[in-house]
Design a protein around this ligand. Structure first.
Ligand SMILES: *Cc1c(COP(=O)(O)O)cnc(C)c1O
Length: 395
């Protein structure tokens, strides 16, 4: 049995998205910047896609800028707010310790350029506290950037409250909503969000296309220089087919959100319930404020990487953290941020379920994971020491 349980890393392209994009690869392949009517067909498709994406976020179409994905949108939002702040003598940026690297590495870069960065703690439940944010805000704060839902543990942040606080303090608020878009309701107006990043491939559009919402009045700096596409804010011939697919996928995901959530939750809950029976296991992040499909757990005495390889042999695609960091052997910065000791964070497993998964697949995971965990523990010197009482159990 093949089970794809890594939907937080990427998703398959939906039939709707594929069918929407195909004509823009084969028939209407004109350049949207061309003046003849053949090019204008592509321009019209872009406009329609912009309206669709705007509608799904409760934004104005003129506030949507298409990008190459979530990373680019995050980079542009953060750099724009920093440049804007610097012009007013404001060089303090606030974020959290468990953001995606697209955010954290952009902040690191700005730090080297003389900005000061405060990274808020995320508590053991994986949720940022409003009081902590309020205490960190200064006269010279140029930006607050907090993710909507965490990509590793799935916890959802108090975005509307953060938005209200930032609006009151007149500080631009950017939100990396890559894990939330298409999976949870987003309303940029009601939530007082000034900038927001989404990425198509996390909700059944192809990879390499995303969008940045920037509220009217937010001045964007260019990350990519060149032509006058995207109202001069993002040069480069538009990925018309990808953009059309992203709009179709977002519209479809938002239209079926309740139904998809109702399908995913029982699968996720069964995973949590059954895998929690494994001795010395731990669920990471609060389940109260959570995206529907993400399950993150730790199993003491094993290495997450070995677990993944053995699950792969059993046909199960899972992850130990985010796909972006799995090249390194360091434990996840997210799990460390919620206070897990290194030894425990090493034994993590992320399963991310989507509406295309089935209960049979969940049963296959539930049958396989406990066997693999016991097998790995049987070979683990750390587990041996724990058994002999030479080492204390941490979970
Ligand atoms: C996937 C992801 C990104 C990066 O999006 P890309 O389109 O892959 O560049 C950024 N933030 C979060 C939270 C993500 O999950």
């Amino acid at each position: 049995m093949f089970v794809y349980a890594d939907n937080a890393a990427t998703t398959s392209v939906s039939k709707t998205a594929l069918e929407a994009m195909l004509p823009y690869l084969t028939q209407n392949y004109g350049n949207p910047s061309s003046l003849y009517s053949f090019g204008q067909k592509a321009q019209e498709a872009l406009q329609q896609a912009r309206e669709t994406v705007a509608r799904c976020l409760n934004a104005d179409p003129r506030e949507i800028y298409f990008t190459s994905g979530g990373s680019e949108a995050d980079n542009q939002a953060i750099v724009s707010a920093a440049r804007l702040g610097a012009r007013k003598g404001k060089k303090h940026l606030i974020s959290t310790k468990f953001e995606h690297h697209a955010v954290l590495h952009t902040l690191k870069k700005l730090e080297k350029e003389g900005f000061e960065v405060t990274l808020l703690d995320v508590h053991e439940d994986g949720v940022v506290r409003l009081e902590d944010l309020e205490a960190a805000i200064r006269e010279d704060t140029a930006l607050v950037t907090v993710m909507f839902a965490n990509n590793e543990i799935g916890t959802v942040q108090p975005i509307a409250e953060i938005g209200a606080l930032c609006r009151e303090k007149k500080i631009p608020f950017h939100c990396d909503a890559v894990q939330a878009a298409g999976h949870m309701p987003i309303d940029v107006k009601a939530m007082n969000i000034d900038m927001l990043a989404i990425s198509g491939h996390k909700f059944h559009a192809p990879k390499g296309v995303g969008a940045l919402y920037a509220r009217k009045g937010m001045v964007l700096s260019n990350i990519i220089e060149g032509g006058a596409q995207e109202r001069g804010k993002r040069a480069g011939t538009e990925n018309v087919a990808g953009i059309v697919a992203m709009a179709a996928a977002l519209e479809e995901s938002c239209a079926h959100m309740e139904e998809n959530t109702a399908k995913i939750i029982p699968m996720r809950d069964k995973l949590f319930a059954e895998l929690s029976k494994i001795p010395h296991s731990k669920i990471n992040g609060s389940l109260e404020k959570h995206v529907p499909g993400t399950v993150n757990m730790c199993f003491e005495g094993i290495e997450g990487e070995s677990l993944l390889l053995m699950l792969d042999d059993a046909g199960i695609c899972a992850s130990s953290g985010s796909a972006c960091t799995s090249g390194s052997l360091d434990p996840s910065h997210v799990l460390l941020a919620i206070g897990l000791p290194h030894e425990v964070a090493h034994g993590s497993l992320r399963l991310s379920i989507g509406e295309y998964n089935t209960m049979e697949e969940i049963d296959h995971i539930i049958e396989t994971v406990p066997k693999v965990v016991s097998y790995l523990r049987g070979m683990s010197p750390v587990w041996d020491e724990l058994q002999k009482g030479q080492r204390q159990h941490l979970i």
